[in-house]
Design a protein around this ligand. Structure first.
Ligand SMILES: [Zn+2]
Length: 881
């Protein structure tokens, strides 16, 4: 699944995490946790469904082939929101008869128990059930999405089962290591397209305007990977390496999926080679759906990837270079899961990171390999920062963590699982080398195909391929939480070599006196321009690197740790900042920002680095600098005089860079330059640059007579500035535009922009609008959240006051995080109290991680305003006039 994750800069606003549950040892995770008795095991589901889209309900029949391993008189499986009308059990061999069982449904445990009048002996049986269920309006189980088209409103159906919602569609053993095969039959209206994991095997006209569609049998897989979709769709295909690759969209949009289709072909070829096992299904579709979820953007159903339109389509009117990069990366992520996740699946949710960390790493690697011109390799620092933002506060948890409940499983989809997982894999691949890593992965896939694994299965395989120990390092970084901090001291140069002393501690933002944990940390160091030297630091180390001059530790930035330099080493590095590779400039900026804010070094060091950034630095370095200045500006919120002084300094840094780039794209300019233009315009407007704001307004107004006034690449950026700075008349104008728009992708964008005005009264109007039917069922939750970035108190109070209505707008997997996050950008102690009161009242004690994380972040933001900003002020007094 592709989860929404915050970037390095805004993670303080949107961080998600959970309370520490303690590191699970390898031995503990070996036996899968289960919520069902283990004596009965399914091997095949034969399912038939008839959806009633108009009534938001469906009828189902399933026959499950199962093996009873231990005599029992009851069978327990998962079911949620299903009602049963009939059930029967027959022995596969022989004629043993069973009277109809008693059926008991436990709503809270999400189980159904079938009790028989005498024990069922060991053997193979068929359990047949007739049942009915509900079609939802948010992405859990089977759900409906309504959307506008030029021909009027339409409704399409899709399913979303990860982590535990297949039980809303089929009574099933809905846990990842109960793998089974599936055959699905659906009775659907003539003329609508039905899609599932496998190709259609046969069709029968039922004569009543309905068609019976029978899909081929799936390979052995986990329940959460099953998919069904139905609607007025269009499909385009091509063939690659014996696989039919398809994209499916609402009718009329198929051209916008061409880029995703072509990209999928390239990625499939790359993965067939990388994994050494060819893609095992006959076809691979990617289904685009309008709307959005608060939880995810895409899902790796085997052979039938589901992706919201904004992450799959390239719309000629609004899509940008960044959108293109996201479409590619999301497809590469979901396709990596077809092997890592679908073919080989984690045993239980404890090892969810095996799916998500790996798919994120594989997508990043493949995006860079197939599109080196995008320079996305530099994003690795942002990924690391995103993970460290969450990993440096008390509420963090290890990458491998123990999960007991459904709610805990859904909370495990966080920045630690995705981004720390990705960063740790990046570090370990760097440690053993690309070839050994790939061999290890290939052997692992081959050995565990159609099975389930734990993290140690991967470590063993890579260790064997590499011929060098990695398990200790891997355990240090995945079984315990937190971030190593490598202190660099006492550099001395003699005979053309520099010797440095390294000491390991722990980086934490909120527990400066904490007894540090210990890690085996792979460290790569060099003098600026010199050869790299590698070592593993456990405690203390001395390291000699060739050359004299300032030493750079974590050269190449593959290490998951922070580097704290003695001030004289830092000053010397700053002096050579322009000579560092862009990735190291980004790494040094990230460490300096975080260590300064946490109080490990002067916070003004980051300002000194910003002033040392040359005007011709890599566009991604300037994007990051703009991000840090914007984050700093945010901390001054509500203190206009001091904020103004920072803004004058910040604009003084950014304006010369923007002057070179300008509003209009130049022929042949690089992708990162196009991205930087967007970032600079947005941040400079945020910082109150009157020229930029006026130009954005002028262009927005001029597009009525001159469509070229707003280039496609800047359409979202310019509209967002106009919306953010809107007066009531402008807001009304945007509202009218949103109402009239019939393309879901553009319409959704306009409704989220209606929710970002700085003006209080307009923000209130956006909240009220969110509770009406007008924006559409999947826009409203995002609108309230968007209001929360600028107006956290207003958004939080509003959502809590209208809780019953708001709950219907949020997918059930997200609700325990949704409310606390609305208040996350606050710096007020009252908000802490409100979130704690809310958690106490409405969130189960085992599901309060996100609430705790938000509270930790608000406290941290308060500390920064109190303790760090005065130091920034003093630096500005001295250096910025
Ligand atoms: Zn994923």
């Amino acid at each position: 699944m592709r989860r929404h994750l915050s970037t390095a800069i805004c993670l303080a606003l949107a961080g998600f995490t959970m309370a520490p549950l303690g590191a699970a040892s390898a031995a503990e995770v070996r036996e899968a946790t289960t919520q069902l008795p283990r004596g009965v095991v399914p091997s095949h589901y034969d399912v038939a469904v008839t959806p009633h889209a108009d009534k938001l309900s469906f009828d189902g029949q399933v026959t499950i082939t199962l093996t009873v391993n231990k005599p029992t008189s009851s069978i327990v499986l998962n079911a949620a929101d299903l009602t049963f009308s009939k059930a029967s059990l027959t022995a596969e061999k022989g004629k043993m008869a069973f009277a109809a069982p008693k059926i008991a449904v436990d709503e809270k445990a999400q189980t159904a128990t079938f009790t028989f009048d005498h024990p069922i002996p060991v053997g193979t049986y068929r359990l047949a059930m007739t049942y009915a269920g509900k079609i939802g309006t948010q992405a859990n189980g089977i759900f409906a999405l309504d959307y506008d088209t030029k021909a009027g409103k339409k409704r399409a159906l899709y399913t979303q089962f990860e982590n535990s919602d297949a039980r809303r569609f089929i009574p099933s053993w809905d846990e990842p290591n109960y793998k089974a095969t599936f055959t699905l039959t659906a009775n659907v209206p003539n003329g609508e397209m039905a899609v599932s994991n496998m190709p259609i095997a046969s069709k029968k006209d039922l004569g009543n305007g309905m068609t019976e569609v029978h899909f081929g049998q799936s390979p052995k897989m986990s329940t959460y990977l099953l998919f069904f979709g139905l609607g007025d769709f269009e499909r385009a295909t091509l063939n690659a390496e014996g696989t039919e690759i398809g994209v499916i969209t609402q009718k009329g949009m198929i051209d916008q999926a061409q880029f995703a289709l072509d990209s999928s072909k390239l990625v499939l070829k790359e993965y067939n080679d990388y994994f050494g096992v060819p893609y095992p299904l006959p076809k691979l579709d990617n289904i685009a759906a309008p709307g959005k979820s608060q939880f995810f953007s895409a899902m790796e159903n085997w052979g039938a990837i589901f992706t919201f339109e904004y992450s799959l389509l390239m719309n000629p009117h609004i899509s940008t270079q960044r959108d293109k990069e996201r479409v590619f990366n999301v497809a590469a992520h979901e396709m990596a899961h077809q092997w890592f996740g679908d073919l080989v699946t984690m045993n239980w949710w404890d090892d969810l990171w095996l799916n998500e960390g790996f798919a994120s790493w594989m997508a990043a690697r493949t995006t860079h390999k197939l599109h080196p011109e995008w320079h996305t390799d530099l994003d690795a620092v942002g990924v690391r920062e995103g993970a460290m933002g969450q990993d440096s506060v008390v509420t963090t948890h290890p990458v491998v963590q123990h999960v007991e409940t459904v709610e805990q499983a859904s909370q495990a989809f966080d920045a630690i699982t995705y981004s720390k997982g990705e960063a740790v894999i990046h570090m370990l691949e760097g440690y053993v080398g690309e070839d050994a890593w790939r061999t290890g992965v290939r052997n692992y896939i081959k050995a565990h195909a159609y099975g389930n694994t734990v993290s140690d299965d991967l470590w063993k395989s890579v260790q064997a391929a590499a011929g060098k120990p990695i398990t200790q390092i891997a355990h240090d970084f995945t079984l315990q939480p937190g971030i190593p901090m490598i202190e660099v001291r006492a550099a001395a140069c003699s005979n053309g070599k520099t010797t440095i002393a390294l000491r390991q501690g722990e980086f934490t933002r909120d527990r400066p006196n904490k007894q540090p944990l210990r890690w085996h940390v792979p460290v790569i160091a060099k003098t600026v321009g010199g050869e790299t030297v590698r070592t593993v630091v456990d405690g203390k180390a001395t390291l000699t690197v060739p050359g004299c001059g300032p030493v750079l530790v974590n050269a190449g930035q593959t290490g998951y740790y922070r580097t704290l330099y003695a001030q004289n080493n830092f000053d010397a590095l700053k002096g050579q900042f322009a000579k560092l590779a862009p990735i190291d400039q980004l790494g040094l900026l990230g460490d300096t920002w975080a260590l300064g804010m946490a109080g490990n070094e002067p916070v003004s060091n980051v300002l000194a680095l910003i002033t040392a950034t040359p005007a011709d630095a890599d566009p991604q370095v300037w994007s990051e600098v703009a991000g840090y200045l914007s984050a700093l500006d945010n901390y001054y919120r509500g203190d206009q005089a001091r904020q103004q002084r920072l803004r004058t300094f910040a604009l003084g840094q950014l304006q010369p860079v923007f002057a070179k780039i300008g509003w209009e794209a130049k022929a042949g300019e690089s992708a990162p330059t196009a991205n930087l233009r967007q970032s600079l315009i947005a941040v400079m407007a945020d910082l109150g640059d009157e020229q930029v704001i006026n130009e954005a307004r002028r262009r927005f107004a001029a597009q009525k007579t001159n469509p070229d006034a707003v280039p496609v690449a800047l359409r979202k950026t310019i509209t967002a500035i106009v919306a953010q700075k809107a007066d009531p008349a402008t807001w009304d104008q945007l509202h009218a535009k949103a109402k009239a728009e019939t393309t879901p992708l553009i319409k959704d964008q306009l409704y989220s922009m209606l929710s970002i005005p700085e003006n209080d009264a307009l923000a209130q109007r956006a909240l009220n609008l969110a509770l009406t039917d007008e924006p559409g069922a999947t826009n409203s939750a995002g609108m309230i959240r968007a209001v929360g970035y600028q107006h956290p108190e207003m958004a939080f109070d509003f959502a809590v006051a209208h809780r019953e209505q708001v709950n219907k707008l949020v997918d059930s997997t997200s609700s325990s995080r949704y409310y606390p996050v609305l208040g996350a950008s606050s710096t007020k102690p009252e908000m802490i109290q409100k979130i704690q009161d809310y958690a106490q009242k409405y969130i189960a004690p085992t599901s309060r991680r996100v609430a705790e994380q938000v509270v930790a972040n608000i406290k941290y933001r308060m500390m920064i305003r109190e303790d760090r900003l005065p130091e920034i002020d003093a630096w500005l007094d001295k250096h910025a006039g």
